[in-house]
Design a protein around this ligand. Structure first.
Ligand code: GLN
Ligand code: ZN
Length: 754
């Protein structure tokens, strides 16, 4: 009897083999055969891992050369016009990455994860037709290895819902066409074996969905489930509950529902309905988004709870979502602290967890090895609960006794004093923090990490960079200078390395988009700040100029949203600890004479919940922690924040509640449009709109920037505005940066004198 189920497996390769070969292929160093060779190896390896772990339902078509949504677009033949006529060998990657004459398709975040998918582009006359053999090919490939897979497909409604409409027509007008293609595909699939499971992922239903869209569900799955009697259809959702959809799906002829019981606790509310129907429930209890070892006892208890309503013979145990969002394996983490390592489980380790939990839950006979692993799980979890490296009384006490949760003075009073103190003009000029990360800077960091140079040599290099960076900004006449961030390779990692409670892995890469991976820091324990993290560098920069130097910190919400966060205490508690650490850094900076301090919240918007019912809480949490992180700032210390967004319409009240003295935002590509919401809502604090796009090497002309500034001051009084680039300059090259910033300063001069 088959009892456990993995929604999908990561594909980039545990040594990032797919990344390497793709990048070599794009650089024309290897041909496509090599890409296919590596890909096939990876698929086989991943299937074999799952088979060896005794997983009953292993996926095919979870592999992709770039992205599964892009694969779906190819499968459905919905090729945007500008790519039509391209040779098959060029089509796929040109859609993903563009070429000299064609812009790439847009990419956006997959729900609230850090994975990005390629957004389909639809219009009224988009044609759909079955256009790829990938699904069939990969099924056969696994079968040759003796592995009968279940086939992963993107559900038709989720596909359409996540598509862009380029002519503003209704994407759902295409539902019948997409259904037809899927029917044709299911007919082909039905010929492959006696019985086949096909999973349609419909995570869109984990959001708040309009009735109109919900009403598409029943006809769609009635039809698909009736194509062939030997196909069993699973509909999966994840990242939240999908109760509205589940209520409908139980009345369709599908075989099973796969639901997330880690991030969608409310899925429990439909257990009754599922029990009354004939549906099988694939209960996602193994966390597919985080890296902590499961607590077997708790997982079994949860499953027992579920089985009080849905009988065991209709239960299968699953991952909460695809394992795409976790790294591969702990086996490369040789140098990771043992104690911390013993509380982790990456994709491979999660397979074993799934197997063991299902054996226990279904009363299968345990081997001696199994018993030892289960015992170890108990011990490790107990150790984790008791560890004094994880749980620190001093930190917890300090949090409990926190008195000053926000600044004491109102903005109106603060800004008066600050303007007097700093004495800056309307349209003051500044930058967002980082300057070009040069090959020399990277080399310097690498050498230092490898112990090839001394600390002194390392620091001297950084000082040289700061000297040049400050001298340049001084010379061109910027008003507020920065040190350039040469000591940081990443705005979260830098702080994580200096804070207690964080560890860094060697190989815990997670795919972000295409061939790109990120290696998030791991927050394992109570966070505290052993010593000042930025003060020396900023002080050094300040000693080189008479102008104001702005200190640079990363905010608590961003640090949290870009890390793997411990799951043994509430996220809100972890954030508070980080906020307190930043708070102390703010205090140290101001005491060292640095009175303008920027606390970046680049990832503020990224953690927004999928369900409206949770938004209030999220916003309160985010705002409270930002306010706490700067509550140490005195009246004449000016707090800046920066957010990489160009749409504030939905969150303007939250921005207002953060109450930063100055907020810098991304506006360059949207002219003055996005400033309007600040005007409409009578936003009082100062705003620093970016006037040129730093994502491209193009140097904007003075004239262009003059026009941009003029457009801005049509909306808001110039006394409320600062002028700066859109974001940090670390990905740019010095010559571009120099010319662009000179032009920026010149543009401001012209506007002031006109
Ligand atoms: N201070 C950071 C920098 O300039 C901000 C980056 C960001 O918000 N993404 O690089
Ligand atoms: Zn930014």
């Amino acid at each position: 009897m088959s009892k456990n189920y993995v929604l999908g497996f990561p594909r980039i390769g545990e040594k990032r083999e797919l990344k390497r070969v793709l990048e070599e292929f794009w650089a024309k160093k290897v041909d496509f055969n090599e890409v296919e060779f590596i890909s096939k190896n990876l698929r086989q390896r991943h299937w074999t891992y799952q088979k060896e772990a005794k997983i009953d339902f292993i996926s095919s078509n979870d592999f992709s050369l770039y992205d599964n949504m892009l694969d779906a677009t190819i499968l459905l033949g919905a090729i945007p016009k500008r790519f039509q006529g391209l040779k098959e060998s060029e089509l796929y990657f040109t859609m993903a990455r563009g070429d000299d004459t064609r812009v790439a398709m847009q990419m956006t975040k997959w729900f609230n994860t850090n994975y990005h998918y390629i957004v389909p582009e639809l219009e009224k006359d988009t044609n759909f037709s079955l256009n790829s053999k990938k699904v069939i090919k990969e099924y056969k490939e696994a079968k040759e290895l003796g592995i009968k897979t279940k086939i992963n497909l993107i559900g038709a409604i989720t596909y359409l819902a996540l598509s862009n409409s380029i002519d503003n027509s209704d994407n759902f007008l295409h539902i019948n066409r997409v259904t037809s293609v899927y029917k044709e595909l299911l007919e082909e699939i039905s010929k492959l074996d006696d019985e086949i499971v096909v999973e349609f992922a419909e995570p869109f239903f984990a959001k708040d969905v309009e009735t109109k869209v919900l009403s598409l569900l029943k006809p769609l799955y009635d039809e698909l489930a009736n194509v062939a009697s030997n196909i069993k259809i699973v509909v999966s959702t994840y990242f939240e509950h999908s109760n509205e959809a589940s209520k409908i799906l139980v009345n369709t002829p599908i075989w099973a529902l796969a639901l997330d019981f880690v991030y969608g606790e409310k899925n429990k509310e439909v257990l009754d309905l599922i029990a009354k129907s004939d549906k099988v429930l694939i209960a996602g209890v193994i966390d597919g988004r985080n890296i902590w070892k499961s607590n077997f006892d708790k997982k079994i208890a949860l499953l027992e709870d579920i089985s009080k309503i849905v009988p065991k013979d209709r239960l299968i145990i699953g991952t909460s979502c695809s394992l795409l969002h976790v790294p591969y394996s702990l086996k490369y983490e040789e140098s990771l602290d043992k104690e911390i390592k013993s509380s982790l489980a990456f994709a491979l380790e999660k397979l074993t967890e799934l197997k063991l939990i299902s054996k226990v839950f279904f009363n299968e006979k345990l081997s001696l090895d199994d018993e030892a692993s289960i015992k170890k799980n108990k011990e490790d979890n107990k150790k984790r609960e008791e560890s004094t490296r994880i749980h620190k009384k001093e930190v917890q006490d300090e949090i409990k006794n926190l008195k000053k949760l926000e600044r004491s003075d109102k903005f109106e009073n603060r800004i008066k004093i600050q303007r007097e103190f700093f004495n800056y003009d309307a349209l003051a000029t500044t930058t967002i923090g980082s300057f070009p990360q040069t090959p020399e800077i990277r080399e310097n960091r690498k050498n230092f990490k490898a112990n090839a140079i001394s600390k002194e040599q390392y620091e001297n290099e950084i000082k040289k960079y700061i000297d040049d960076c400050i001298a340049f900004q001084d010379e061109i006449g910027l008003d507020v200078l920065v040190h350039g961030e040469p000591e940081r390779n990443d705005m979260v990692e830098y702080f994580g390395e200096l804070l207690d409670g964080f560890v860094f892995t060697k190989n815990a890469w997670v795919q972000s988009y295409g061939s790109r991976c990120v290696k998030p820091p791991v927050i394992f324990g109570d966070v505290s700040r052993p010593k000042a993290m930025t003060v020396d560098w900023i002080k050094y920069a300040q000693s080189k100029t008479k102008k104001i130097v702005k200190g640079m910190l990363t905010g608590p919400v961003t640090i949290l949203n870009w890390s793997f966060v411990r799951d043994d205490i509430a996220r809100s508690e972890v954030t508070k600890q980080i906020a307190l650490a930043i708070n102390k850094e703010v205090d140290d900076l101001q005491n060292a004479g640095i009175k303008m301090i920027q606390v970046d919240e680049a990832a503020f918007k990224e953690g927004y919940p999928l369900r409206a019912e949770n938004i209030k809480n999220y916003e309160k949490w985010a705002v409270d922690n930002f306010r706490l992180s700067v509550s140490s700032a005195k009246i004449d210390t000016q707090i800046h924040t920066h957010m990489c967004y160009s749409d504030f319409n939905d969150i303007i009240k939250t921005i207002e509640a953060m109450d930063a003295d100055v907020i810098s935002i991304e506006t360059a590509r949207s002219g003055n449009r996005l400033l309007k919401i600040f005007k409409e809502t009578n936003y009082k604090n100062e705003i620093a709109p970016g006037i040129y796009d730093i994502h491209s090497p193009r140097v904007p002309s003075v004239e262009e920037m003059v026009n941009q500034i003029k457009a801005l001051i049509e909306v808001l009084p110039k006394e409320q505005l600062w002028i700066n680039p859109d974001c940090g300059l670390k990905t740019r090259k010095w010559p571009e940066v120099k010319q662009s910033l000179k032009n920026l300063v010149e543009a401001v001069k012209i506007v002031k004198n006109s």
